[in-house]
Design a protein around this ligand. Structure first.
Ligand code: GAF
Length: 400
C-alpha cells in the first residue's frame, strides 16, 4: 500500500542557525567578544549551467541556507578559524604571510584565500579570529564553498573598511577558490551569494559582470521550487569540471571566437559543423543553455505564467545529459520522476556529476512530487534524496 503524501515527512526545512550559540562559541574559543556576525547564502542556479566560464548568461537565486561567521579583527597576520561542521570544531591556525598558490590548506583555503587575494590587490590585510556555523549542505552543489569564501570576504571588507563593491567581494571569493583552494570555478556562485535578493532571481551576464534582478515570486504564483539532493558525491575540484572548461576553450579556439558566448544562436547548426562531434556537443550545450537563460529572463520580466519556464528547465536538463554529459544516473532518475509526478519542469543544478535536481511544482503537488522522487531513487537503488523548498533570499551581509 502507498504511504500517504505527508509533506513534512519528505520535504524538510533547514535547521536554523543559533546566532547566540555561535557568539558564545566564539567567546569560548578565543576568550574575546566577536566584533560582529556576518552571513552569506548558498545558491541554486535556475538555468544556464557551465556557461559562466564561457562568458555567457546564468540565472541563480540565493538560498535561505547560509554560512554564518562570528569574526574579530586581529592586529597581526594570524588567521584562526573553526567551524562547527569541520574537523570536529578544531581551530585551524595559519599565518597570512605563509599562504602561497598551490599550498594545501584543506577547507580553510576558502577562508585564508580571501586574505591572500585581498593582499594581491594591495588591500591592507590583518588577521582575523573566526567561528563558523552553516546550514548549507556540503558537497551537494549548493555552493557551500562560495558561502564560506563570501562570508569571509564580506566580513573582512567591512571590518577593515575596504569599501569594496559587491562584484569585487565576489571576486575575492572566487580568487580564494581558484587560486588557493584549487577549484577552477567561474564567478556565478560567488556573485549569487553576495548579490542575492529576496523573491528575485539574478540574470548575470558573466562577461560584462552585470546583474539584473528579476522578479521571482513563486509563492505568489502558487508555485514551489523543490531542491532534491541526490546525495551523490559532487566535487568541483575533480577533473571532469576542468575537462569541460578545457573543451569549451578548445571549441572556441577552433571556431575563432574569444569565448563560446560569441557563437550566435541563429547560425549555430552551420557553425557547429566545423567542430568534431564531441566538441560540437559541448559547444551546443553552452550556446543553447545561455540562450535559455535569456528566454527565461524574458518570461520573468513579462509577468507571464511562471509555469512556462518548465519546458526550458527540461530542455536544459536534456542538454546537460546528452551534450555536456555532466549528469549521472541518480540525477536523471530524480529529474524523470519529478516530471512524471507532475512537475512543470526539472533539471540538474550546479556543476554536475551528482548534486541536486530542482523541480518547479504547483504548491499543492510538492509533497507528491517529493514522494515520487524518494520512491524512484529507492527503487533504482540510489541513495534516498534529501528534499527542501528553495526560497529566494538576500545576499551576504552583516547581521549583528
Ligand atoms: C560550479 C561552478 F562553481 C560555477 O562557476 C559554475 O560553472 C557551475 O558549476 C556550473 O554552472 O558551481
Amino acid at each position: 500500500m502507498n504511504q500517504p503524501h505527508d509533506e513534512t515527512r519528505v520535504v524538510s526545512t533547514p535547521d536554523p542557525i543559533d546566532f547566540d550559540a555561535l557568539a558564545a562559541r566564539f567567546r569560548s574559543l578565543y576568550d574575546a567578544e566577536p566584533d560582529g556576525l556576518w552571513a552569506a547564502p548558498g545558491r541554486v542556479n535556475i538555468i544556464g549551467e557551465h556557461t559562466d566560464y564561457n562568458g555567457g548568461f546564468v540565472l541563480p537565486i540565493a538560498l535561505a541556507q547560509h554560512t554564518v561567521a562570528a569574526v574579530r579583527r586581529r592586529d597581526d597576520s594570524v588567521l584562526r578559524v573553526a567551524s562547527t561542521s569541520m574537523d570536529d570544531g578544531a581551530v585551524v591556525t595559519l599565518n597570512l604571510t605563509d599562504i602561497v598558490e598551490g599550498g594545501n590548506y584543506g577547507w580553510a583555503a576558502y577562508v585564508v584565500g580571501v586574505g591572500w587575494a585581498a593582499a594581491q590587490r594591495g588591500l591592507p590585510v590583518t588577521g582575523l579570529d573566526i567561528a563558523l556555523d552553516s546550514n548549507v549542505p556540503v558537497g551537494a552543489g549548493l555552493s557551500s564553498s562560495a558561502a564560506l569564501s563570501c562570508v569571509t570576504a564580506r566580513a573582512w571588507s567591512d571590518l577593515l573598511d575596504w569599501r569594496l563593491d559587491d562584484e569585487t567581494v565576489a571576486d575575492l571569493g572566487r580568487d580564494a577558490e581558484n587560486k588557493i583552494a584549487g577549484a577552477p570555478t567561474g564567478l556565478m556562485d560567488q556573485l549569487a551569494s553576495v548579490c542575492g535578493q529576496e523573491a528575485h532571481a539574478m540574470q548575470i551576464d558573466t562577461r560584462a559582470v552585470t546583474i539584473e534582478q528579476l522578479p521571482f515570486d513563486l509563492t505568489g504564483a502558487g508555485l514551489a521550487l523543490l531542491v532534491i539532493d541526490s546525495r551523490t558525491e559532487h566535487s568541483h575540484a575533480d577533473g571532469e569540471y576542468a575537462e569541460r572548461r578545457h573543451s569549451s576553450q578548445e571549441a572556441a579556439l577552433r571556431l575563432g571566437v574569444r569565448e563560446l558566448r560569441d557563437v550566435p544562436l541563429e547560425s549555430l547548426a552551420t557553425t557547429l559543423d566545423k567542430l568534431p562531434p564531441l566538441l560540437r556537443r559541448r559547444a551546443r550545450h553552452v550556446v543553447t543553455d545561455s540562450a535559455r537563460v535569456e528566454q527565461t529572463a524574458r518570461l520573468l520580466l513579462s509577468g507571464d505564467d511562471l509555469r512556462r519556464i518548465g519546458p526550458l528547465l527540461n530542455d536544459s536538463h536534456a542538454s546537460m545529459r546528452d551534450d555536456y554529459e555532466i549528469t549521472v544516473p541518480s540525477i536523471d532518475t530524480l529529474q524523470e520522476a519529478a516530471v512524471a509526478a507532475g512537475a512543470h519542469g526539472a533539471r540538474m543544478t550546479g556543476g554536475g556529476f551528482g548534486g541536486c535536481v530542482i523541480a518547479l511544482v504547483d504548491q499543492g503537488d510538492a509533497a507528491a512530487v517529493a514522494d515520487a522522487c524518494v520512491r524512484a531513487a529507492e527503487q533504482a537503488g540510489h541513495p534516498t534524496p534529501a528534499i527542501f523548498q528553495a526560497v529566494a533570499s538576500g545576499g551576504a551581509d552583516r547581521i549583528r
